[in-house]
Design a binder for this molecule. Sequence first.
Ligand code: SF4
Ligand code: SF4
Ligand code: FES
Length: 256
Amino acid sequence: MSAYKAHFRVWRGDVDGGDLKDFHVEVNEGEVVLDIVHRLQATQAPDLAVRWNCKAGKCGSCSAEINGRPRLLCMTRMSVFGRDETVTITPLRAFPVVRDLVTDVSFNYAKAREVPSFVPPADLKPGEYRMRQEDVGRSQEFRKCIECFLCQDTCHVVRDFEQNKEAFAGPRFLMRVAELDMHPLDAAADAGIDRKRGAQEDHGLGYCNITKCCTEVCPEQIKITDNALIPLKERAVDRKYDPLVWLGNKIRRREG
Ligand code: SF4
Ligand code: SF4
Ligand code: FES
């Protein structure tokens, strides 16, 4: 394939506002959108801000929106666009802009801190843990997450309703709750932590209406909705209608 010039529209600005700017940039065979952004920096816009690190789809830092769809800049091949197509690159919409293509994703770190971590079983020492391969495989899928936050960006619960951010952890962190809740060695219950109740009351599981948009954009092809969110919803509902849990809650409320 010979080199050609493609039309790019790139959002430039900061927290006070900005605009799409037009550029014509050379594209060569095998290149990805991040290559073009780097060429743009090298030839026409040296102060263009973009976050990236590995250029291999592993660090999760080059997340942005390309033609309105959340994607990794380093894993989006230019060959998926027609030569005449305008390629528009904008920052993640669900998070505040810092500058140009860089957003402030600290919302996600705050949500990560709210999920109680794995509670080791009291009667076992490290090295004595044993798990069935089936259980290992289940959590391994979720462990592929590179924390790119594309799923967080695309989820309409926070993308379209800023006011939901306080109550809703987003798919990545509900998936983390699900992973811990299905972990056979997690002793959270012994420490007084009810992960299912936490998912409902602290992390906003009820806001998710299983549209699967998060799954569609995940670069690691994690089945976030089918394998984490739906099973967590099912377990949370089972817990709610468990007569013993119901009685416990009633007694707790009366004592409170
Ligand atoms: S499935 Fe749930 S978490 Fe995923 S995008 Fe839809 S509403 Fe958001
Ligand atoms: S679950 Fe997928 S889309 Fe979401 S942060 Fe992890 S890798 Fe990114
Ligand atoms: S630069 Fe690391 S995922 Fe794109």
